[in-house]
Design a binder for this molecule. Structure first.
Ligand code: ATP
Ligand code: MG
Length: 483
């Protein structure tokens, strides 16, 4: 966790050249309340229209919103969409000085009609013809001037005509000459045009098409990644897997990074956020693994937004810092799987404890903060109301499970709370595989039923002695005795 956090401040001010297919993303925010009398289609009453940079423009927007500097080299038309696009770029603090205007080519425009948070239809206006020799010459001049000054280069291929074998190899040879890493978000069937890339970031579908392999298992995914690594000569292949996160295929290891559990509103542009954050992290000297983990966090931010939107610097810090709003600390068992996998990837030390925590008292608070000091992340297994009733009798609990969970989650030292139905925490321990299993109270370690299980999973049991006389039962007795 610490290593990942340390990358973020180093991103500030990094210079990244972004080349590729630039487009204007138009969002037509509308309300739908009627069906057209002309045909069985909904009528979208337009509320407002907004414009943001799309394609490699969204990659540049992510670079800028992460407090780094994007140098955008691409082609737009001499038309109203071109003007709107230049304004949208300047609004995001991205210089349009390096754009090339082609009066014969319309600016690529993608119009999305959105009702509420639902995409209704997308209308594309584009010309995919490859760049003319004259345009290519102008672009070559720009690239020659800029590349020596950059920290890294991104090629964002949307198969709209800018990214050809010629332009790609031109950039890769210049980058090699000046020892700059090149990341490529690829497209299409022929990945050999990306030969010499440092890293490529296809999504699952793109990887399957280019590797000419069905991806139906971890094994076939890794194989496809290895085929693409060979084809492009790139050291690392990062296959993004939508809600399943991503897999990084490196020469000597394969790392699976599950998605950060989030409420998903719109995945548009998540791939752009991934390549922007990944490249920035690599430009700071981070390992490919840590760079991919950071990119995964950034992607989890933008899927929580509607439309094409970048990840802000502060949002990335927040996404990693673990200071998640209280409610978000309360996790379902199935979410815990992904969280634990992520923590393992970050070599975090996991502490687990469990209990009823009915009427929180100082004894609880003290032992939880002591427990947290044993490692990085404290996960609490909380007995549900039904299981407390089985353990403590029909008049318990005094406080309902969600309230008990929120009270625990409001403690700074607590990272996650998971409510479980069984009377024993064994199944949760099997998911968490804690480094430390902590019990607060006067327990004899050797008598603890879960000791064998914890140790068989590589963990250690720790008992933290209680504060004398502090217990829920005593508290209730005092309340009832009125003393
Ligand atoms: N449903 C989801 N839940 C959680 N995370 C997600 C989800 N969809 C995407 N992500 C995150 O976004 C990353 C990139 O998503 P995806 O694999 O869909 O890329 P993509 O298809 O290239 O996206 P784009 O549409 O921008 O090109 C994933 O690796 C993951 O981290
Ligand atoms: Mg993509």
């Amino acid at each position: 966790m610490e290593n990942i956090k340390k990358i973020i401040p180093k991103i500030v001010g990094k210079k990244i050249l972004v080349f590729g297919d630039l487009m204007l993303d138009e969002h037509i925010w509308s309300r739908v309340s009627r069906i057209s009398p002309e045909a069985p289609v909904p009528i979208a009453d337009v509320a407002r229209i907004s414009h943001v940079p799309g394609g490699c423009g969204n990659v540049a927007a992510n670079i800028a919103s992460l407090k780094a500097k994007a140098y955008l080299v691409s082609v737009i038309g001499k038309d109203s969409s071109g003007q709107k696009l230049r304004k949208a770029l300047s609004d995001k603090g991205i210089s349009t000085r390096h754009l090339v205007i082609d009066p014969k080519r319309p600016t690529i425009l993608k119009s999305r009609i959105i009702a509420g948070s639902q995409h209704m239809v997308r209308v594309d206006r584009e010309d995919r013809t490859v760049l003319s020799p004259k345009l290519l010459a102008t672009i070559t001049k720009r690239l020659n001037k800029l590349i020596p000054k950059m920290d890294a280069i991104i090629i964002s291929d949307y198969a709209k005509g800018s990214v050809t074998a010629k332009t790609t190899q031109l950039i890769i040879s210049l980058a090699k000459k000046h020892k700059k890493p090149v990341s490529i978000d690829p497209k299409g069937v022929d990945f050999s045009k990306y030969r010499g890339a440092t890293v490529i970031t296809p999504n699952l579908r793109e990887a399957s098409i280019a590797a000419r392999r069905l991806i139906i298992s971890e094994k076939s995914l890794i194989k496809a990644g290895q085929v693409l690594a060979k084809l492009t000569g790139s050291k690392n292949v990062l296959i993004t897997r939508g809600r399943d996160g991503m897999s990084l295929i490196c020469p000597d290891e394969v790392i699976y990074i599950p998605a950060v559990p989030r409420e998903v509103f719109d995945i548009t542009g998540a791939g752009d956020t991934v390549i922007a954050t990944l490249t920035l992290a690599l430009a700071t000297g981070a390992t490919a693994k840590n760079a991919a983990i950071l990119a995964n966090y950034a992607a989890s931010v933008v899927i929580g937004k509607i439309g094409t939107a970048p990840c802000l610097f502060e949002e990335l810090e927040e996404a990693i810092s673990g200071h998640e709003p209280i409610a978000k600390k309360i996790k379902l068992r199935k979410e815990l799987h992904a969280i634990v996998q992520n923590l393992r990837n970050e070599n975090a030390k996991i502490i687990f404890t469990n209990g009823c925590f009915d009427i929180l008292h100082l004894g609880h608070v003290r032992y939880l903060s002591k427990a947290k000091k044993l490692g990085d992340i404290l996960i609490i297994g909380l007995n549900s109301d039904a299981s407390v009733r089985k353990l403590k009798g029909k008049d318990r609990p005094y406080i309902y499970e969600l309230e008990r969970a929120e009270i625990l989650a409001s403690l700074e030292c607590v990272d996650y709370v998971c409510i479980f139905e069984e009377t024993r925490p064994d199944n949760l321990i099997k998911i968490v595989k804690p480094d430390f299993h902590v019990k607060g109270g006067d327990y004899k370690i050797n008598r603890l039923p879960e000791k064998k299980l914890v140790e068989s999973l590589g963990g250690k049991v720790i008992v933290i002695p209680p504060i004398k006389g502090r217990s829920t039962t005593n508290l209730v007795k005092r309340i009832l005795s009125g003393k």
